[in-house]
Design a protein around this ligand. Structure first.
Ligand code: HEM
Ligand code: NAG
Ligand code: NAG
Length: 533
């Protein structure tokens, strides 16, 4: 009896052991039926071949090698990468019901935001609820309501660049964060280094750092999550960031409450939500995560998209000449272009599209996850797999875009060519809900900057030669953003300058409605600017 028991235990241990050996031996190996891909290594799969920086360049290289769909292995996890318009349409659009989840990002989705942060969440009722809120505020029709404040903010940007051309980089960043503050909380940010924008940018840096080292590790080795806090510092860093984000949203919210006592309104998102709490049904945590997400997803993405266009335009004399000719004939000198003019400014539109193709802000989109098995082209996209849309590869595919590295807006103007979509705003049920707002921001800022300025290479004051720009000099982060670069914004004529001042004066009343309770340093800054125009 006793020995039978021991024998059974031995057998059990042996079979568990054999299973473990077998199981571990499959780690990193590509299962049968998956799309092809680069050879894997034992345990790790393809991890070691992916460089820590510019991972997407490797994923683009593999797209050229393996074609429209391939798979890579991270240990026992599978990632499927889509590289052709047909594959994206089939898996992400036709198959959108089973590809709308996000892969696990435990640190952010669960530990930090409790599934209430739309970008990370896969909990169906939360995702639906939050996307409904976005659809109310930012659908194609409602997004038009914000054009006046977008145009008003752009007047400040034009004026700042006119009096200090080197401010263009921070000026663009300021404009986009100011818009997100204004739309969410009804308060603008006339200076980028004021307390609230600074709090925000510090928090973004902290997120980027957590993304760069610990976030993926905690998904890959879940054991690390339960090690005591004193052994690992991710918990301390994450808690510090959380405190920072909470401070930011609660200070902004205090501004909203103060405004409500004063009986004035900007009809910001948070004011609308407070007016109709039942309609929106947001929990306290969502009252924190929803506007926070708007700042996180809406500010730098838009700024970086605008800065990419500018980077690509520096010293492109031919393109600038064509753009100026179009603006001169359609707009003239005594008014600024508006969103409504865009349909008559096809060349400006083509410049923006060409930049979205060449320098997508999210070169690999944002990852999705499969909730059920799906077949494509005879290959299995298995439940649980991470799915990436290789936006960069789509835009640089020589079959669809001949001479793909060339910045050539004219390619979009040939009516006989129908260009493949590259989905710069994502695809499927998680497509960017801020898309219409973002497109208006980019159109307003780019058309107006082109209207006002010639964008030249800066001349090195000591050597006297032009400073070249590197159009691939980008910072690594959540979004692909140009590093600071040199450019000279030369006002096209005195009349253009007069129009800028005139329009900035006209924008003052609207800007002022967003200046309630603003910091003293901000008020001084706007007053000084207004005295000058
Ligand atoms: C040029 C600017 C922008 C670009 C290029 C951009 C791009 C993207 C992309 C690629 C995604 C992922 C889509 C997917 O998973 O398939 C996304 C998601 C998202 N974007 Fe944008 N975006 C921009 C501006 C904005 C703005 C202005 C807002 C808000 C006001 C915003 C809010 C969001 C949100 C909330 C999500 C998450 C949606 C979800 O997970 O369901 N974005 N964006
Ligand atoms: C090995 O174990 C992991 C984790 O439990 C599991 O997901 C995977 O399917 C197993 N692999 C095989 C081949 O049984
Ligand atoms: C946009 O949202 C508004 C307000 O919720 C709604 O009345 C309208 O039908 C929506 N329009 C579209 C195009 O979805």
């Amino acid at each position: 009896m006793h020995s039978t028991f021991v024998l059974m235990l031995d057998l059990l241990a042996a079979s568990v052991g054999a299973w473990l050996v077998y199981n571990i031996s499959t780690y990193g190996r590509r299962e049968k039926g998956l799309p092809p891909g680069p050879p894997t290594s034992f345990l790790v799969g393809n991890i070691l071949e992916i460089p820590p920086k510019r991972a997407f360049h490797k994923l683009v290289e593999w797209a050229r090698e393996y074609g429209e769909i391939y798979s890579i292995k991270f240990g026992h996890k599978t990632t499927v990468v889509l590289n052709s318009p047909t594959a994206v349409q089939a898996v992400m659009e036709k198959g959108s019901r089973v590809t709308q989840d996000r892969p696990t990002m435990w640190l952010f989705d669960q530990y930090l935001y409790d599934h209430d942060h739309l970008i990370f969440s896969s909990v169906p009722h939360k995702v639906n609820q939050l996307r409904r809120v976005f659809a109310t505020f930012l659908n194609q029709t409602t997004a038009q309501k914000y054009v006046p404040i977008q145009e008003a903010e752009s007047c400040q940007l034009l004026y700042e660049i006119m009096v200090g051309p080197d401010s263009f980089f921070t000026g663009v960043k300021r404009l986009t964060i100011s818009l997100m503050f204004s739309l969410s909380y009804g308060v603008r940010a006339p200076k980028i280094d004021s307390p609230l924008p600074s709090l925000f940018y510090e928090a973004v840096d902290m997120i980027n750092e957590l993304l760069a080292d610990v976030s993926a590790l905690l998904d890959f080795v879940p054991l690390l999550r339960i090690l005591p806090g004193w052994m690992v510092n991710w918990r301390k860093r994450t808690d510090r960031m959380n405190a920072q984000e909470k401070r930011l949203t609660s200070e902004l919210m205090e501004g909203v409450f103060a405004r409500r006592k004063s009986d004035t309104s900007t009809n910001s998102f948070m004011e609308q939500i407070l007016d109709n709490p039942e309609e929106f049904g947001l929990s306290d945590n969502m009252m924190h995560t929803l506007p926070l997400l708007i700042l996180q997803a809406g500010a730098d993405t838009t700024a970086c998209a605008i800065l990419s266009v500018l980077l690509l335009l520096v010293g492109q004399d031919e393109v600038l000449k064509n753009a100026h000719a179009e603006l001169d004939s359609v707009i003239g000198r005594d008014r600024l272009p508006t969103v409504a003019d865009m349909e008559h400014l096809p060349y400006i539109g083509a410049i923006i599209k060409e930049s979205e193709r060449l320098r997508p802000t999210n070169p690999l989109g944002f990852p999705h996850a499969a909730s059920e098995d799906q077949m494509y082209g005879g290959y299995l996209v298995p439940a649980g797999a991470t799915i990436m849309v290789n936006t960069w590869a789509l835009g640089h595919d020589p079959q669809n875009f001949p001479d793909p590295e060339r910045f050539f807006p004219e390619r979009w103007l040939d009516p006989s060519v129908e260009h493949a979509d590259t989905w710069p705003f994502g695809v499927g049920r998680r497509v960017c809900p801020g898309m219409y707002l973002a497109k208006n921001s980019v159109a307003i800022v780019i058309s107006r900057l082109l209207w006002a300025f010639d964008i030249k290479k800066k001349v090195d004051p000591s050597a006297g030669n032009p400073i070249e720009v590197d159009t691939l000099d980008y910072a690594e982060g959540i979004v692909l953003c140009p590093n600071k670069f040199e450019a000279d914004f030369v006002l096209r004529s005195k009349e253009h300058g007069d129009t800028i001042k005139h329009e900035l004066r006209g924008a003052i009343p609207l800007l002022e409605t967003y200046e309630f309770g603003m910091a003293q340093s901000d008020l001084e800054y706007v007053e000084q600017m207004r005295r000058a125009v």
